[in-house]
Design a protein around this ligand. Structure first.
Ligand code: HCA
Ligand code: CU
Length: 494
């Protein structure tokens, strides 16, 4: 999905990991520099680990509940994600996704119920036979003995049971009352437990269910030894404060683990997951790129981004972060969507810095404008310089990368030309490099002096005319350079 990197060589100026490119390229993976020295001398480019692990006088009194440094992922791309409008996973694709999630290090994957269709059942059995290294396999079923009997025969490590408890679902979906739900839940749980595998009981639409109903059934299933109870914001109505309150209350009622599942209809899915962990939840449901019913659930990458800020050591020790991009690309391709431009970590502009003030500070110390370090994810930061907001410090950094010999006054003069041209049309990296090279040649041949804007214009025109008539250039045009430029222009006006 992403074009190969076109990264300038390291030149020993202390900015090797800084790559200056046009913003309109897709984000690309980092090519590890030969000798990685970050601007501030640290190994990762950030002078301080970007953490907000609050300790000391300002930590909140209630933080004793917090599990933000001790939580697990239940990755549901192969269950909730299969409910995404575009999703149709073949077994081959499911196997690829399952293996990648295992390599990434998620603790669980959740698969569609074997009761859903004969193919679903066959897929579930096949994935159980893969022998994943670390990841446990769950399947997700309705609270029904027929489904439970099928599930335990597939070879899964555990079963996630769900039933709607809100009056909306009780009246308009399955039509059962709380007494029936409780009785059936006990039967299903005891049956699954008797097979020696994990069992979770979850209430669908938890945030529109009556609290006494919820607490009563959770208490009952906890007593009979369920591994986890689940809270699900099925319609995406909850806010972080409501989540915190419900999970904290539940934490005081059950002794088992607490799993949470948040839909993203109102944009709270990551914040709600975080609030749940702060209140003592132990497991978070995710899907790759957040795919699921409607606009989906907490995205794996977004949760990782959030949790990296809370406790980078925990996240880095558990998960193979540079794989995130590869997994997202695989899933995006499988369900025929693009990775969104503003995606957490891997969106094409997630680590691109543009304004001159930002660029200057980033070049001095990336922590100034980055809470996440792209190199932790195998990504590279970019400083965009071919636009009207550019500044001479960023241009100077590019001059150094190109090994050009210009003093500060000359760099400022060249920057003025870049800004002038970028006021008309955003300049690609190729354009910026050309301006700098022509400027450099002009200065060193004596044809150009600082402040001679019109002379520089003539030198540029001459250069462009001879470049466009060269056989090498014509060859390039035939072989796709214009297509690349077109993409740049499209992105500019998008
Ligand atoms: C659904 C069910 C579910 C289940 C969540 C869970 C939901 O697809 O409607 O088992 O915890 O969002 O309630 O995904
Ligand atoms: Cu869901």
């Amino acid at each position: 999905m992403c074009p190969p990197a076109d990264v300038p060589p390291a030149n020993g100026n202390g900015h090797e990991e800084m790559v200056l490119v046009d913003t309109h390229e897709t984000a690309r993976p980092a090519i590890p520099p030969a000798n990685q020295t970050a601007p501030n001398g640290s190994s990762n480019g950030h002078s301080h680990p970007p953490t907000n692990k609050a300790k000391g006088p300002y930590s909140r009194a209630s933080d004793f509940l917090s599990n933000t440094s001790n939580w697990k992922i239940i990755e549901s791309t192969l269950r909730e994600g299969e409910q995404f409008a575009n999703a149709f996973f073949t077994l081959e694709t499911k196997i690829k996704i399952a293996k990648m999630l295992d390599d990434f290090g998620v603790e669980y994957i959740e698969l569609t119920s074997p009761a859903a269709s004969p193919e679903s059942r066959a897929h579930c059995e096949a994935i159980c036979k893969l022998g994943l290294k670390k990841t446990k396999i769950l399947t997700h079923i309705r609270c029904h003995m027929d489904d439970a009997r099928l599930a335990v025969e597939t070879g899964v490590d555990g079963v996630d049971v769900v039933i709607g408890t809100s009056s909306f679902l009780r009246e308009h979906s399955h039509g059962k009352d709380m007494a029936w739900i409780t009785k059936t839940a006990i039967e299903v749980i005891e049956f699954v437990k008797s097979k020696g595998i994990e069992i979770r009981f979850s209430s669908e639409d938890s945030f529109r269910s009556e609290l006494p109903d919820l607490l009563s059934i959770y208490r009952t299933v906890d007593k009979i030894g369920v591994n986890r109870v689940g809270v699900a914001d099925t319609v995406g109505c909850a806010d972080p404060r409501q989540v915190y309150d419900l999970v904290r209350t539940l934490r005081g009622v059950v002794s088992c683990d607490i799993e949470t599942h948040f839909h993203n209809d109102t944009g709270c899915a990551i914040a709600n997951a975080y609030a749940a962990l702060e209140a003592g939840a132990t497991h978070i449901d995710t899907s790759v790129l957040g795919i699921g019913e409607r606009n989906g659930i907490t995205p794996l990458g977004g949760l990782i981004a959030r949790m990296m800020v809370a406790d980078p050591d925990y996240v880095k020790a558990k998960y193979n972060l540079p794989m995130l991009r590869e997994i997202e690309n695989l899933v995006a391709e499988a369900v025929e969507i693009q990775v969104p431009f503003n995606n957490y970590i891997t969106g094409f502009c997630a680590f691109t810095h543009k304004a001159g003030i930002h660029a200057k500070a980033i070049l001095a110390n990336p922590s100034t404008y980055e809470i996440l370090n792209p190199s932790d994810f195998g990504m590279t930061r970019y400083v965009s310089i071919g636009h009207r907001l550019t500044g001479w410090n960023a241009v100077k950094s590019r001059v150094e990368q190109l090994n050009l010999n210009l003093n500060d006054e000359q760099v400022k003069d060249a920057t003025a030309k870049i800004k002038e041209l970028a006021d008309v049309r955003t300049q690609s990296m190729e354009d910026v490099d050309m301006i700098l090279r022509v400027y450099h040649t002009g200065i060193h041949s004596g044809d150009l002096k600082v402040g001679q804007s019109a002379v520089l214009d003539r030198l540029l025109e001459k250069h462009i005319a001879s470049r466009d008539s060269s056989p090498d250039r014509r060859e390039k045009d035939v072989n796709g350079t214009p297509a690349k430029r077109q993409r740049v222009d499209e992105a500019t006006t998008a």
